[in-house]
Design a protein. Sequence first.
Length: 521
Amino acid sequence: MSTLAQEQELKLEFDPADAKRLKRRLSVSSRKNGRETQTLVSVYFDTPDLKLRKSGISLRVRRIGKKHTQTIKGGGRPGVLADRPEWEQEIQGPLPDLAAAKGTALEPLLKELSAGTLRPVFETRIERTSYRLADRGTRVEAAVDCGEIDTGEDESAVCELEFELRHGDASGLFRLAKMIGDTIPLRLSVRTKADRGYALLRNDNDAFEKSEDVHLNPALGCEEAFRLIGRNCLKQLIANEPGMLRGDGEALHQMRIALRRLRAAISTFSDVVTDAECDRLKGELKWATGELGTARDLDVFVADVVSPLREQDPERPGLASLCRTIEARRRRAHNAAADAVGSQRFRTLVLDTAQWLEAGPWTRDDDDLRKLRREQPVAALAADELARRRRKIKERGKSLRKLAPRERHKLRIGGKKLRYAIEFFADVFPGKKSAKRRAAALSRLKELQDALGGLNDIAAREKLVAQIALPRHRPANGHATPEQAFAGGLIFGSQEAHQEEMLSAAETACKKFVKIKPFWK
């Protein structure tokens, strides 16, 4: 019979060039406990239409020497700290033994499966060096995995470090990981080997990943609800790192969205999660958002304004050289953003945030009021927060046209936070009527955000173009030509023509939004 275990592990990636140094560092930390090296060959099985994958299940047969072990893994909870059920059993031979799958996550599918319906879909060949670490009552098995995934048509290298909790709590697991990460650059990973194998099988080379839906039970406590939302945001952030570092602008955009969603979640649950670490982390998340901001703003500026103008009038004097100057700024901004994401500061931020989500001081506060807030059903908090944020939009929107740019910006940010909160709590208020009102509210808020965002972009772009192209704004040694100044004026004009249109659109969207009945009542 298969043995059930609840696997709780942390996955981190590292540069292959650091493999020897990492092993030396782990050897020092585990000197009293020794180490072990094995060659693991695992074959993953699925149906031709990938039924197991679609059901969130993985099935593999691993060979170590002459022994074969069948492992079935369920979906578990998503996020950085993997926590999922796992069933293992030694079997005879390299093919799956479905008789041994009774009582596992695979059992509901057994009637649809047979040995003939399963196919080997990919193989992993890994050299694993394991170390046993201990610190302050926490025991962890650390495994350095180096090797490759092979679909038969394509291969991908694997170079990762796994920390599996053997005794203790999540706080100690993160503490040991950070201890190693202080000397070896380590990045949190949200992809299992199965994830990598299926992506390789599908030839899924997408450089970016959009946010996934959050599913919350209305009776779920606020602590677990916030943790699920936070994991969702952090997963989106981490999943887009590789593409962003390769220069993909959409991956950068998705990282920025993930950071904003996470900051909005912290704000929404502030009565539950505020603790000694919270303000520091919010400051670091704001720093990371800002580091990506300039590159994203220039990407949108080039796509929405500069490129269309060049297509309309490619011979315009000074426009080509002005565009080259803006493009050079964009490249520098992307390089600066990549430097920030590649920094130790950012790696530490991601690991600290993950630790705080799972085992921060807010999760252990024994104050009666704080405990009640953590344990109360999320539906109560959601209704209060959505109503409060809606009131703010309604009040500020009454005099939208008269608002100063700074106040309009606050309204825009408030609308964005409300949109994220509505998306977080989508499942908390079920029913067709709620779904219809929710969809209408999201649509109007998006229109409001787009219009106010356009007004904000105009102000920022005018400042940028003035710095580059208009002589009165340039330093004494500036080199703007009259043609560049004229081209800058052309960009000014193309933007100013839209101001009244956007202001009217924002007013209309706001009025329509406040007329929509709350979906949480």
